[in-house]
Write a protein that binds this ligand. Sequence first.
Ligand SMILES: NC(=O)C1=CN([C@@H]2O[C@H](COP(=O)(O)OP(=O)(O)OC[C@H]3O[C@@H](n4cnc5c(N)ncnc54)[C@H](OP(=O)(O)O)[C@@H]3O)[C@@H](O)[C@H]2O)[C@@H](O)CC1
Ligand SMILES: Nc1ncnc2c1ncn2[C@@H]1O[C@H](COP(=O)(O)OP(=O)(O)O)[C@@H](O)[C@H]1O
Ligand SMILES: [K+]
Length: 502
Amino acid sequence: MQGVWTPDQIRAAEQRLFTRTPEPAVMRRAAFAVAVQTAQVLTEQTGGVAGRRVVLLVGGGNNGGDALWAGAFLRRRGAAVTAVLLSPDKAHPAGLTALRRARGRIVEATGASPDTAGIGAAAADAVEGADAVVDGIVGLAARGPLRPVAAELVRRVTAPIVAVDLPSGVDPVTGAVEGAAVQAEVTVTFGGRKPCHVLGRAAVRSGDVQLVDIGLDDDLGEPELRVLEAADVGERWPVPRPEDDKYSQGVIGVAAGSATYPGAAVLAAGAAVRTTSGMVRYAGPAADVVRAHWPEVIATGSITDAGRVQAWAVGPGIGTGSSGRDVMLHVLRSGHPVCADADAITLLAKDPSLWDAREPDAPLVLTPHAGEFTRLSGDELGIDRVGAAREVAARYDAVVLLKGNTTVIAAPDGRVLVNDSHHAWPSTAGSGDVLTGMIGALLASGVDAWEACGYASHVHSRAAALAARGTGGHGVGAPIGASALLAGVPEAIRTVRAAALA
Ligand SMILES: NC(=O)C1=CN([C@@H]2O[C@H](COP(=O)(O)OP(=O)(O)OC[C@H]3O[C@@H](n4cnc5c(N)ncnc54)[C@H](OP(=O)(O)O)[C@@H]3O)[C@@H](O)[C@H]2O)[C@@H](O)CC1
Ligand SMILES: Nc1ncnc2c1ncn2[C@@H]1O[C@H](COP(=O)(O)OP(=O)(O)O)[C@@H](O)[C@H]1O
Ligand SMILES: [K+]
């Protein structure tokens, strides 16, 4: 599991670290890592470091200081280094001295012979001719998108960019990208990942994130967000043990679909079949279609005849009328864990009396997309998706899985898991129905609700990438439908289990 800490948490930890290790030593350690990474990028792209042209984009804070120190290290490896100062009056003095001593070049962004965009001739030539660029414009103190001069310089870069701490222009806390921002090849960050490295468009802007240990670990405390790694998921994924039978692994009930929309039932029930080995029951008007697709499912037309289950996956395609409401009453009164999706969420949002049917100790998972989330929360979903999910989870005492390119999973006690798929292959109709069936099956097998959401969403996005045979920017893929995603689930489970055994 990877931890993610806010800039405030990092700064507080940093103050404690500085009582043991002097600040300049910490900065040099950070900068050295930036230099190593830049040298690696240069070697990959141009075959070497000596004689290659490195440009440092230097803002007015310690982020710029890191870049200047990194430039001094790169000079020692024979690179030609030019620092472009965006705020010459505020540029880090010790970093400037170090770069000057190493015989690096220093120019001002808006220096002599400016062009029509206000960029000085020396800065323009340097940026346009660079083999690699180090982004030290702004780091933890970032607010808002790149300012005009920085944005213009970044626009002209064609070389790969190594971002110091975070790609400048993104919001470090929310991951929002509301204007010009750096697109990094690699981001070198210090002490702990920050929210922008795992949230939304900022995660994409970060490129490959390299975490450098600067001695902060003991001072960081509880992370703001957590990200599951493949091995975490594989280690806990339920598989049959020698002593198991079909009942002991958990029986899941799926209440989804309708005569008009049987697809949701087929996808959710199929996902349950492929997630665990126990037993799947289906109750609803699509029983015949479900049986035809999944002979192993025990299907019945009415929820009252469903038989015993250990958890319910409910909602996709059940409708928001009185029959859907009856289904909701039944599953909420059962006292078993429930994963409520789609129409189930709409029903809960529009009819508060349904909440009274809920057994207080039974775990409840809500899996809204943005529109359903708005119905639940009563507010438009803004930039702060983590804060919004946390608030709704606490309000309803439920685990809230907010869908999107970055999936946010908030527990009622405030813990948040984030699943950033790094691609968008799950973005296809019906893939949410698959997710519902997966979560329900994990709940039935006794996995904790918050963890079940984390494991399911990790495997879900992995299954989509496997089915598409590509991961967004990396590799070539082809569009898939939800049935293909569902077919990819077993292989995705194998890969996470293999990671756990490695
Ligand atoms: N924490 C750690 O453990 C370690 C931290 N270290 C490093 O310190 C960095 C934090 O440095 P920091 O605090 O000096 O601030 P930093 O981010 O450089 O900002 C400088 C100034 O930029 C401005 N500005 C704001 N928004 C802007 C925008 N959109 N576009 C342009 N400019 C903008 C704003 O000034 P303003 O112009 O508004 O007066 C702001 O004050 C951290 O990221 C890491 O690299 C490592 O050295 C060692 C270990
Ligand atoms: N751009 C995207 N990138 C990655 N995953 C996405 C993206 N858009 C949607 N998803 C995922 O696809 C699924 C869609 O669920 P949902 O909106 O309920 O679809 P449906 O109701 O058609 O089944 C969710 O798991 C969501 O997180
Ligand atoms: K930066």
